[in-house]
Write a protein that binds this ligand. Sequence first.
Ligand code: ZN
Ligand code: ZN
Length: 300
Amino acid sequence: MASFLFPKTSLASHSCIANTRGILRESLTNHSSPREMELFASLPIAAGDRILITYADICEGTAERRHVLLDNYFFSCSCPRCQDPTEFGTYFSALICQRCRTGIVLPGDSLDHTPASVWHCRSCSNSIAYTDVSQELSSVKQKLNQAVGISGEESLEVVQKLEALLEDYQGKIFHRNHWLMIDMEYRLMQHLVGLISESVKFLQRLEEICLHCLAVANLIQPGHNSYRGKTNTTIQLLLIFLNFIHTYLFHFQFQPRYSFASHKPSWKPSSLVPQIRETFFCSNNGLKKFINTQRKHEIS
Ligand SMILES: [Zn+2]
Ligand SMILES: [Zn+2]
């Protein structure tokens, strides 16, 4: 982990539900000077509100974030998200009870992650020691690293491994919205975007994952941030893509939710594939190019 000291930015307090986001930039005036941090409001901030920034990885669960904060910044976070065992109703750290098979297992005290702390099922009397929760998590993290470590490139093999892990753990051992499951889905999304094709089944799976990641992100990291931005943009492009496929191959028994084209385009939907990839992986430039291409096609 890299650490920086920004005297002005450090005036903002940490929270795992921040109302700003910091962006590191090279110094605009002197390229040899250290980087600069720009702080943007990610949520509306009223006069008198505290300015909040996050030091932790908000895509991780409460125990993981609080350990990192304690080890690296020497404080124990007790923000509203850390105090809420359900993490705003997402169940981002929850397990599924292996006794009753349906109950949700949550920490008795979400601010206690000592080895002696106990997690309880909300449906039956089952209790689990935090050390067992932690061990289960480490074992799945290892499997995840092995799955994605196969290749740096987007590959079908990684997709199959990630799908197999989700099949084994999502909704069975971990809550469907558990942070590790969402992490797997987000990685799967990146691989699927890299391998994007005109297969409707493939695109529907990608759409399903994008919408799920976005629904959870809307609760735990609302406002303007890159995670929601990338996911949102990919969803919009996908829906447009699906719509064009539907319009182009009008015999498809698939009705996209998004209505964009009212006429049969004179070009193949596969021409959008590189732009979807570029938009997801790179930047706003991909989106601008995509919009320009749309306009050209609309005009012609
Ligand atoms: Zn917190
Ligand atoms: Zn139970």
